[in-house]
Ligand binder design. Structure first.
Ligand code: DHB
Length: 501
């Protein structure tokens, strides 16, 4: 396994890294590690003096530039026994002066921004300052906006699916990424009083696979299911529950995502113009009805959500309000142009109305073939996410497995638990976790066919029925990874955390 020591570029502040590796200490292998003493391991003690002082200019969502002086900390690893510290490290940014005025961030909320994409490894080890743009080009960096608002920003790395050691063993597949993020949260909470910011106001953020992991982090706080993995890494002895969760286009509920995808996009052609295998699509669609019934989701005005009313629910709850918001913001002339080009929308009394079928036609080409996630030929990224040992890609649904190997084939015995470890719905439906975060920011573009629109919607519906505070909005006509209201997210953090600055 590759290991690297992060070379600290400390210009100002302290001459030692926040967490130093004794060369021998990081050499412990996964099997020989003695992690029970993790909480006493001085390597997990955050050094408040080990920072570089940096100055940056951050333009906020109104276009105003702010000069922000901040302390930048590099934590060489957030676990005592890293498998690969290149990924299991984190950076902390703490504002100390904004536009010339001193800032005290000791009680500020902590934005915990993962940068995972595609369930791939993500590393912050080489970063020399707070992270730049996330999402599509031009999107303001969530982390930078948070810093300019006076919040503390923690940027954790995490192992991802493609990591393989010299013996050919995959060591970043499920559940590595979520275990790492939990270990990073534990590190932050363990360092209460040393690390700046309010560790009881950690707000997670992530996009796509990172949005999936963010929602999982929020849903699974302090679940004992992860304990053995965390122990093995020598994670700090602290809680991994977080206060609030931001999730943009979460690619989650993976074992049901093929069904959801066909229920949603089954009739949409691929960009080539061909329809996917309609037999497969219809089988998956029909299985989705059973899954949905098993969730027993309910929503105001709809009662129990079923495969028969879910389209109407999506249209009324998410899609029409999204179009309405979009059209309301246009000038009269631009709105008239848009409506003329999109006659499927009825605009009346300042509200948009349309049918599900017309909406689907408007979205057009679906992005993925069928099955979208557990590909028959094992070619999907998610097949790799469920790889193990020296097996790069595995089936994780009985449907795809049996399609390939016959009706008596059985999933590998470790798969069911790995699915639970990776699925926020497990922690919200099968085992309702009281230590989940209770504040949720969920966002999705209406033209995002990386997964079904129902994935984020079911998550939100379930959280709402559990009584959580759920702020949901779909971005009209936006594709995968969109973030159209980053400034509102920053304000929302202040509102839900009660932070006055
Ligand atoms: C991401 C996108 C996907 O389509 C997917 O299946 C998994 C992850 C991503 O952008 O992170």
């Amino acid at each position: 396994m590759k290991r690297r020591t992060v070379v600290m570029g400390l210009a100002v502040g302290a001459a030692v890294p926040a967490v130093g590796f004794a060369p021998g200490a990081q050499g412990a292998s996964r099997t020989s590690s003695t992690s029970s003493s993790a909480s006493k391991d001085s390597s997990l003690v955050f050094d408040p003096d080990a920072y570089t002082e940096l100055t940056t200019s951050i333009t906020d969502t109104t276009g105003t530039a702010h000069e922000v002086v901040y302390h930048f900390y590099k934590v060489a690893s957030y676990v005592a026994n890293p498998v690969n510290a290149t990924y299991q490290s984190l950076n902390v940014s703490v504002p100390v002066k904004i536009d010339g005025s001193a800032v005290d961030a000791s009680g500020a909320p902590i934005l915990f921004a993962n940068q995972v994409g595609g369930y791939m490894p993500s590393s912050v080890a080489n970063a020399t300052g707070i992270g730049g743009a996330m999402g599509p080009a031009g999107t303001l960096s969530r982390q930078q906006l948070a810093l300019a608002a006076g919040y503390v920003v923690v940027e954790p790395g995490a192992r991802g699916r493609s990591l393989v050691d010299s013996s050919g063993t995959y060591y970043g597949t499920a559940p590595a990424a979520i275990v790492d993020l939990k270990a990073a949260v534990r590190y932050v909470k363990f360092n209460k009083g040393r690390i700046p910011g309010d560790v009881n106001r950690i707000v997670s953020a992530g996009v796509s696979a990172g949005g999936a992991l963010s929602s999982l982090l929020g849903a699974s706080g302090d679940s004992p299911l992860y304990d053995s993995y965390l122990k093995e890494l020598g994670a700090a002895d602290a809680s991994d529950a977080i206060f609030a969760t931001g999730a943009w286009c979460p690619i989650t509920d993976l074992e049901h995502a093929d069904m959801a995808y066909e229920w949603n996009w089954g009739a949409n052609a691929l960009s080539s113009g061909s329809l996917v295998d309609q037999t497969v699509s219809k089988e998956l669609t029909s299985a989705y009805g059973d899954y949905l019934a098993s969730l027993r989701l309910t929503a105001k005005d709809f009662g129990t959500l079923t495969a028969r009313n879910l389209d109407e629910y999506l249209v009324r709850t998410h899609l029409e309000p999204s179009a309405t918001k979009y059209l309301t913001a246009l000038s009269d002339a631009d709105r008239a142009t848009y409506l003329a080009a999109n006659p499927f929308i009825t605009w009346s009394g300042g509200r948009a109305a349309f049918s599900w079928a017309d909406f689907l036609a408007h979205v057009g080409a679906r992005k993925k073939d069928t099955p979208a996630f557990d590909a028959f030929d094992l070619s999907a990224g998610e097949n790799n996410e469920f790889g193990t040992g020296t097996t790069a890609n595995r089936h994780f649904t009985l449907f795809s497995l049996r399609h390939e190997q016959g009706d008596s084939a059985r999933l590998d015995s470790d798969i069911p638990e790995k699915l639970n470890l990776m699925n926020p719905m497990y922690h919200l439906v099968d085992k309702v976790n009281g230590n989940r975060s209770k504040h949720w920011w969920i966002r999705l573009g209406t033209k995002d066919s990386d997964t079904a629109l129902t994935v984020a919607s079911n998550l939100g519906a379930r959280l709402k029925s559990l009584g959580d505070d759920v702020n949901t909005s779909y971005y009209w006509d936006a594709g995968h990874g969109a973030d159209q209201d980053p400034g509102d997210f920053i304000k929302w953090i202040a509102t839900v955390s009660g932070y006055k600055g």
